[in-house]
Design a protein around this ligand. Structure first.
Ligand code: VGL
Ligand code: ZN
Length: 245
């Protein structure tokens, strides 16, 4: 009995001290109130990627919990003077659709002129309700909506450069002209359009952060871990919405 009690209290004591250590390391003040909280300025831009019906529950290519990020992005949007929205905007019969390739099923891959292409269910077809921005998205001051993936033979996860790695969308020039050099990316999906866009922005010399909790992933064969690894290697910061002032 005595042994049990003493080992019980020793365990509790260890847990308490471990807990105190963690609190001391993390600080008890949320980062948003700390001196290093993120405060977007005139050269910062929130890039809201593909928050469209197709990627939300009930859409043609639903991303798990895709709807959860909408209120987070709406709050983030209020902290930015500059916001750009993007839309995946495919032709009917687009080359990224499995249905365009005889005998192929969604989530299989195919070799195209520009490399390996994951094949998707038909999604985000131009002008359809499926391709519309999520109705809950509430960022009236967004300044630009840029569409991508509209060339029927080339996909474009990135909102800067199409999958052929040479055709630009025009966003690089727009951002340069507006002096937008500090990019905060969020939206859908972390491991496809968000990470490809973030990597291209970084390769173009911009400062790039991805707001993790304002994104959700498809996670196909380890694609989410791979995306975070390549983003970290490229010097892209991984931040949370609670890090903003
Ligand atoms: C996306 C797959 C196909 C995305 C777009 O927005 O991440 N993923 N098309
Ligand atoms: Zn697409």
């Amino acid at each position: 009995m005595t042994d049990f009690l003493s080992s019980f209290s020793r365990r509790n004591f260890l847990q308490l001290t471990a807990g105190a250590g963690v609190a001391a390391m993390c600080g008890t003040v949320p980062r948003a109130f700390a001196a290093d909280a993120i405060t977007p300025g005139p050269s910062s831009v929130l890039l809201v990627i593909d928050v469209q019906n197709c990627f939300l529950p009930g859409g043609t290519l639903p991303v798990g919990e895709g709807d959860k990020i909408v209120p987070i992005i709406n709050e983030l949007g209020k902290k930015f003077e500059n916001v750009i929205l993007t839309q995946d905007w495919h032709t009917p019969g687009h080359t990224s659709f499995a249905s365009s390739h005889e005998g192929k099923k969604p989530f299989e891959t195919i070799e195209l002129d520009y490399g390996t292409q994951v094949l998707w269910p038909d999604h985000c077809v131009q002008g359809t309700d499926d391709a519309a921005l999520a109705p809950g998205l509430d960022i009236p001051h967004a300044q630009l909506i840029i569409r991508k993936g509209y060339h029927s033979e080339v996909d474009s996860y990135s909102t800067f450069i199409e999958a052929d790695k040479k055709t630009g969308t025009g966003l690089t020039g727009y951002m340069a002209e507006r002096g937008l050099t500090d990019v905060y990316a969020c939206g859908l999906a972390t491991d496809f359009c968000v990470s490809w866009s973030a990597l291209d922005a970084r390769a173009g010399g911009l400062t790039v952060s991805v707001v993790e909790d304002a994104c959700r992933a498809i996670d196909l064969n380890g694609s989410l871990d791979a995306a975070w690894t390549s983003m970290a290697d490229a010097g892209i910061k991984r931040v949370q919405s609670s890090d903003f002032a």
